[in-house]
Design a protein around this ligand. Structure first.
Ligand code: ADP
Ligand code: MG
Length: 510
C-alpha cells in the first residue's frame, strides 16, 4: 500500500471517528433534550395534581355545601343525595337465614348469612365471588339478570345441598345494586343511569327489584327481593350492626360512592320522610361531585371523553379503580410522544384502559432495587422492552402522583361528610343546617363522640399506597386532636352481608 493510500485511510477513519463521536454527542444531546421535556411533563403533572391542605379544605366545604343543596331540592346539586328509605338499621335481634346479591362493577357476589339474634354474632356466612362477563355489561337486562339469577341458583344448590331449590322454604334476599337508583321504597327503585362502563340501555328507568324478581322466578327459586340497597348502604348497615358509632360508609372499588346517616328533618326535599323522627340513610352518589377547586387536568378531560358517560362522575374518574391506571397510561403516552425514552411510540400506549389499576399499584409498590416489576409490566402491557432504570423510576413517580391526588381528594370527601354531620371538629358545620348543631347539643359532649366511617372496596383493600395516603390525609385535614376521635374501619364483603342484614331487619318489621 502506497503512502498516499495509507494517508487517505487514516484521514477517512479520523473522519468516521469524528462523525460517530458527533452522532453520539448529538444523540445524547437529543436524549438530554428529551429528558428535559419529560421532566417538564412530570413537573406540570405534579403542579396540576397539587392538593395542598388549604385546597382540600375548600373541597371539604364544597362537599358539605353541595350535600346540603342536594337535600333541599331535587336537582339542587350535582349530588343526587338519594333517599334510601332505610331508617331501621339491623338491631341485632334478627334471626334466620338470609341471602344477598351484590352487583358492583367488576365483581358479582352471592352471600348467605345465618343470624342467631345476638348482635355481633353472625353465625356464619358464605360468599361466592365471580367477575361479570364483559359482554353482559352492554347486553340486555334479561341476559344480565338471567346470568345473576343462575349464579344465585347454583350457589343455593351448593350451600343448601339440594338439587331442586324451588322446594326450599321461601327466603328473603337483599339486593345490592351499586348504580344510581331513584328509590320508591326500601325494596324498589328505578335505575337513573349506568356508571362504571355498564350500558344495558333497556334497563334505564326500569324497576331494578322487579327485573331481578322476574329473573329469580324464571329460574324457579323461592325467594323474595326484600330490600334494594346501594353498596354504601349495605356497608353502613354491617358496620353499624357491630359498632353503633358508625355514621357513614364509603366505597373505593371500581367506582366510588358514600352514604351517611342524616336527620330525617334535614331531608327537606322529601316531605313524607320529614314526618318521621330519627335518622335515615342518604346515598350521596358522590362520584358525580364537582367543584372548581378540584385539580382537573387535560389528562382527566381526555379520559372523560373516552368513557360512555362524558361529563358525569368527574370526581369518581379522578379517584376510583376503574380509572387510575388509565390516567397513568395517558401521562406515559404524553412522555413517549415528547421523547424516545419509551421506545418508538408503542402502539399499546394508545389503547384506552389497557393499564388496569392493580398493575399500576404493582408498579407503584415495586420495592425491588432495580424495579423489575415495573420493567416487566411496561413490557407485558405496553410492549416496551428493557426500560432503563431512570425510566422505571419515572413511571413509579407518575403512579405516585396519580394515587396521591386520588387518595387526598377521597380524604377531603370523607371529611366533607363529617363536616355535614358536625363531626369534623369545626364550629362552622352548624351553619349548614340546624340539625347537626342540635344533635351535638343533644349528645351533651361538645361533639366529643367517637365517629366511625366504614370503608370497603377493592382499591382500598388491595392498594396500600392509596389506603395509607387516604388515612394520613384525613388526619392532616382534621388535625391531630380531632382525628383521634375518627375511626376508619375497613369492612370485608360488607356491601353484601349488610344487604342480607337489611333484608332480615325488613322481615322482622313486617
Ligand atoms: P366492585 O367495585 O366491582 O364491587 P371491588 O370492590 O372488588 O369490586 O373492587 C374492584 C376494583 O378494585 C377493581 O376494579 C380494581 O380497580 C380495584 N383493585 C382490585 N385489586 C387491586 C389492587 N391490587 N390494586 C389496586 N386496585 C385494585
Ligand atoms: Mg362492590
Amino acid at each position: 500500500m502506497g503512502k498516499a493510500m495509507v494517508d487517505a485511510l487514516a484521514a477517512a477513519s479520523a473522519l468516521v471517528a469524528g462523525v460517530s463521536a458527533s452522532v453520539m454527542v448529538w444523540r445524547s444531546w437529543r436524549r438530554m433534550r428529551g429528558w428535559g421535556r419529560v421532566m417538564r411533563i412530570l413537573e406540570e403533572l405534579e403542579e396540576g395534581f397539587a392538593t395542598p391542605v388549604e385546597r382540600l379544605r375548600q373541597i371539604v366545604d364544597a362537599m358539605a355545601i353541595e350535600m346540603h343543596a342536594g337535600l333541599v331540592s331535587e336537582g339542587g346539586s350535582k349530588l343526587k343525595m338519594l333517599v334510601t328509605y332505610v331508617h331501621d338499621l339491623p338491631t341485632g335481634d334478627e334471626k334466620g337465614i338470609f341471602y344477598a346479591l351484590d352487583l358492583g362493577g367488576t365483581n358479582f357476589r352471592v352471600v348467605r348469612v345465618v343470624l342467631d339474634s345476638r348482635r355481633s354474632a353472625i353465625s356464619g356466612h358464605d360468599v361466592h365471588r365471580q367477575p361479570i362477563p364483559q359482554n353482559l355489561m352492554s347486553s340486555t337486562s334479561e341476559e344480565l339478570f338471567d346470568f345473576i339469577a343462575l349464579s344465585l341458583k347454583s350457589f343455593v344448590e351448593r350451600v343448601e345441598n339440594v338439587s331442586d331449590p324451588s322446594q326450599l322454604e321461601r327466603r328473603d334476599l337483599g339486593f345490592t345494586f351499586s348504580f344510581p337508583v331513584k328509590q320508591t321504597s326500601s325494596s324498589s327503585g328505578n335505575l337513573i343511569r349506568w356508571t362504571k362502563g355498564f350500558s344495558v340501555s333497556d334497563m334505564v328507568g326500569k324497576n331494578v327489584s322487579e327485573v331481578l324478581q322476574q329473573a329469580i322466578n324464571r329460574k324457579g327459586l323461592n325467594m323474595r327481593v326484600a330490600v334494594l340497597v346501594n353498596d354504601t348502604v349495605g356497608t353502613l348497615a354491617l358496620s353499624n350492626y357491630h359498632d353503633e358509632d358508625t355514621v357513614a360508609a364509603v366505597i373505593f372499588g371500581t367506582g366510588t360512592n358514600a352514604c351517611y346517616l342524616e336527620q330525617t328533618e334535614a331531608v327537606i326535599k322529601c316531605q313524607s320522610l320529614r314526618k318521621n323522627s330519627g335518622r335515615t340513610a342518604v346515598n350521596i352518589e358522590w362520584g358525580n361531585f364537582w367543584s372548581s377547586h378540584l385539580p382537573r387536568t387535560s389528562y382527566d378531560a381526555g379520559l372523560d371523553s373516552d368513557t360512555p358517560n362524558p361529563n358525569e362522575q368527574c370526581f369518581e374518574k379522578m379517584i376510583s379503580g376503574m380509572y387510575l391506571g388509565d390516567i397513568v397510561r395517558r401521562v406515559i403516552l404524553k412522555m413517549s410522544q415528547e421523547s424516545d425514552f419509551f421506545g418508538h411510540s408503542s402502539s399499546k400506549l394508545h389503547v384506552p384502559f389497557i393499564l388496569r389499576t392493580p398493575l399500576m399499584a404493582a408498579m407503584h409498590g415495586d420495592d425491588s432495587p432495580d424495579l423489575t416489576a415495573v420493567a416487566a409490566i411496561l413490557d407485558d402491557v405496553f410492549e416496551i422492552p428493557d426500560a432503563p432504570p431512570h425510566v422505571r423510576k419515572l413511571v413509579v413517580k407518575v403512579c405516585d402522583s396519580v394515587t396521591r391526588r386520588a387518595a387526598r381528594l377521597a380524604a377531603a370527601g370523607v371529611v366533607g361528610i363529617l363536616k355535614k354531620v358536625g363531626r369534623d371538629g369545626s364550629s362552622s358545620s352548624s351553619s349548614l343546617g340546624n340539625s347537626s348543631c342540635r344533635r351535638r347539643r343533644a349528645e351533651g359532649d361538645g361533639g366529643r363522640r367517637r365517629t366511625v366511617v366504614a370503608v370497603e372496596g377493592g382499591l382500598y383493600k388491595n392498594y396500600g399506597g392509596f389506603r395509607e395516603c387516604l388515612t394520613e390525609t384525613i388526619d392532616e385535614i382534621l388535625g391531630e386532636n380531632y382525628s383521634r376521635r375518627v375511626v376508619i374501619k375497613q369492612m370485608e364483603d360488607g356491601s353484601g352481608i349488610g344487604a342480607a342484614l337489611l333484608a332480615a331487619a325488613a322481615a322482622a318489621s313486617t
